[in-house]
Design a protein around this ligand. Sequence first.
Ligand code: BTN
Length: 317
Amino acid sequence: MLTLLALLQDGRFHSGEALGAALGISRAAVWKQLQEFEKSFGLSVHRVRGRGYCLPNPIILLDREKLLDNPGDWVPHVVDCVDSTNAEAFRRLEGGAAPAFFVLAERQTAGRGRRGRTWVSPFAENIYYSLLLRIEGGAGQLDGMSLVVGLAVLGALREQGISGAGLKWPNDVLVSGRKIAGILLEMIGDPADVCHVVVGIGVNVNMRDVESVDQPWTSMRNELGELVDRNAFIKSLNAYLFRYLAIHKNQGFQALRASWEAAHLWQGRDVRLTAAAQHVDGQVLGVDVRGALRLLVDGVEHQYSGGELSLRLRDDS
Ligand code: BTN
């Protein structure tokens, strides 16, 4: 379906005749398909008489072939459009796909964020990635895993030159207070025995002007000033995930706790932790061996964990 866009992704002009010949369709059919893309994907296509068509904002489409070679031999599943790659990963598991595998989409229509939020997922701009893993030995194996995934995302971002990135408990990745990546782990199966976890990662890669995001955000392109090759970034992300998840599996979160705290942007800061209508104010001491947040509240240390918690800097911090 995206073959026509693949031909146009270099940002150069291509005649309707050449495009039609490459796809074995008429010039009129080329025009019709491009109008469809504009309507459904919000893409803008320039049409100039005598020169043909071009994309004024070049894109780099996901390329499954380039992602086959990865250190975990994880199988890539690449789709054009899906509600949520996390949901799709679970559907594929139920349909018989063997773990470990990862699902990538060019677009999500119902991308899921933490605490019931929507993850804005425009076509061909960002990374919507879900890695499906089988977990043996009970859900305790997942302790600290989402924080470890944050370290892996951070490693891949830093490797691409995003030097100012850091982590915010539990697993936001920020640059100058703006969100560049988010992580959502979901689990199915028997928490006491064999279960499956989907590691959902959204990274703002080439997004530049989306209004519907309800929090301060940035993207790799905004930080670096150039179009980023999503396939190269996913390769790097796979390598970091493989490395960090292996340490976590073999040695537990404890082995990565110091690295995580070193990357935590809010170590020592005065914060407000909120759950539904309740909140607690305290100073961040760090995280414990299970990845729970350690807060000093009225001179006493408390630990907090749970997916519904939200952390904010105190106004006077
Ligand atoms: C957050 O709120 O910070 C977590 C966002 C996680 C978004 C990613 S995009 C890929 C995967 N599929 C989803 O539906 N959500 C995650």
